[in-house]
Design a protein. Structure first.
Length: 66
């Protein structure tokens, strides 16, 4: 197992952005009538979280210096 257990700026940023994406998508599904546009915006935000993690990891923010 990794020594940092995901406690890196890249990981936390991806988690926060992914959480925002899930919230936006969930709100889109709870609207009356259901707003598929808001749902798909939430999906796009969530996918962006994964891309953001990879970019930040390549920048060196995915590791913790000991």
């Amino acid at each position: 197992m990794s020594a940092n257990h995901g406690n890196t700026p890249a990981a936390w940023t991806a988690v926060v952005v992914g959480l925002v994406g899930f919230i936006v998508g969930g709100v889109g599904l709870m609207l009356n009538p259901v707003s598929m546009l808001v749902f798909w915006i939430g999906v796009a935000i969530t996918v962006t979280a994964g891309v953001l993690f990879v970019v930040m990891d390549k920048m060196g923010l995915g590791t913790v210096a000991h």
